[in-house]
Write a protein that binds this ligand. Sequence first.
Ligand code: MN
Ligand code: MN
Length: 306
Amino acid sequence: MSTLGNKPDNSLVSNAFGFLRFPLNFQPYDGDADWVITGVPFDMATSGRAGGRHGPAAIRQVSTNLAWEGNRWPWQFDLRDRLKVEDCGDVVFSFGDAQDMSETLQAHTEKLLASGKRCLTFGGDHFVTLPLLRAHAKHFGKMALVHFDAHTDTYANGSKFDHGTMFYHAPNEGLIDPHHSVQIGIRTEYDRDNGFTVLDAAQVNDRDVGDVLAQIKEIVGDMPVYLTFDIDCLDPAFAPGTGTPVIGGLSSDRALKLVRGLQDLNIVGMDVVEVAPAYDQSEITALAAATLALEMLYLQAAKKGE
Ligand code: MN
Ligand code: MN
């Protein structure tokens, strides 16, 4: 078994790789990919430690260790046999200009969705999810949000660009329905009256995974789902490289079991955010993010059948 999955035809360019060594395609709108990966090197909306702008590069770098050919445990098939994935690199925006990032990312995502692609995006801080939701809601209508995080990010008192306010704005803009949305792993104070179901970290760590998954499915129902994973949902022991770590989080094992259990949902868009490699140790956080992203793609591949 080779670790060099998707080896480029020209082996001299072995450093030019996308996530999981998927092909790089800087013109992704015209391609025939099922899912397109985009990085967003943006961290100007952080409240604590900045550095998430380096997240996409760290996730891609460590993902080369996951680029095995063949079946991946516990799945019984090779992702590449069922799903065509391309990596289009990072969104380019005027540095220091959060408005430009937001508009550029939204326009890019709208164009991908209009051309029949689905989007997996790497942050960047969690603010990037708001322009992503705007683009997805234009295409799919109002969605359910499945949100893994230590924080609800529903705070009303932040500035226009604040990585703690996206899910206050998103229901107000009609992008998501909080009554069909669920926030998993929360362990910071939050508004209890805004309609979201919060499954806090203490209960998610104590409850049976199957029981939690059944509740998530019950809440979400048949709605189109946007899946967002803030890596600080994991305990800092499993993900130290992030901007606002909070102890008492999920293990990587529990998070993987929960994500793998979402395959019955109609997931139409996905992101993994808040990896800040400057605070990471041994690439542990980037590896967790890359592995979770890979499992999210497996969910989509599993749906496509043989
Ligand atoms: Mn967040
Ligand atoms: Mn968070």
